[in-house]
Design a protein around this ligand. Sequence first.
Ligand SMILES: [Fe+2]
Ligand SMILES: [Fe+2]
Length: 327
Amino acid sequence: MSEKDAQAMIPISIDEFVEGISVPADLYLRLGDKKFVILQKAGQKASRERLGSYKDKKVNYLWVQKEAYSRISQQNITLAGLVIDKSTVNLDKKSTILSAASTSIFTNLEHVGASPVIFNDAKQITEATLGLIENHNRLTQLIESFSQSNDAFVNHSLAVSAISVMIGQAMGWEKRVTLEKLSLGGLLHDIGLKTLPPELLKKPLAEMSYEETQIYETHPYKGMILLQSLGVVPDDITSIVYEHQENRIGQGYPQRSRDVKQHPLGKVVAVADQFCYLTMPGVNNPEPRSPREALMYMEFTMGQPFNRDVFRALKVVVSGQPLSNAG
Ligand SMILES: [Fe+2]
Ligand SMILES: [Fe+2]
């Protein structure tokens, strides 16, 4: 047993460990406020059987020392880049690896602090996400594979990243740099939520008080400020983050701006965001809709408040038809 300051330790969800891959840091079990016991030494392989037995005992997180965390996050990101084109690895496993890599961005932000490392990691994950879509372009399967892990925030961020790229492609945008921006903006669009009180985020939107809603709706602005503070994030990305809750009819937030004033890539991420929100499990959505039901909801219940071309492209993505057949 060792006395460690909990501030010096970082929790890692057991779901993030990939079977058979050696873990480059000592892993600890937390027994109390400052009580951690070492479970396995750095270099030992993760075993699903062993980790599963901890989960059975309701242990969902293992802990590493803060200074060792970057080794784990770097390994996850490298791994994501390596497996994405492999036809021998199935989609679910790829998504698990990609979500472990993405989790490391938000874990770094929460436990180590905002730094340009976060943005560089996000760029590498974007590369892997584009590779994933090249190899697996079936929308329903992608959404299912992104709904697997326990971290609804990471699932959502990755799915918005991937669907934004698919919509961009359906709009006929081919430039790699544009698709990368969509993927990055999608991955980081809700990063401002990480600056809000965690208890607030556990509450469904419909149950929030007026004040709580006001706080919640600061997340696009806070996300933009956070990314600008890194000093390395292009304006296109910060605009996507700032505008992802806006819509065509001026009923979004924070600016209630109308279509003409919105960044073209922000319009895409806004649609992907709403679509993923409806089709994936989350605090607001215990019973997710199918992709087609989500389209119907956006079109008829919400009155299709989004950019028309982008929404049409989403329909193309959902139907799997080429653009010329789209209604
Ligand atoms: Fe958002
Ligand atoms: Fe979102």
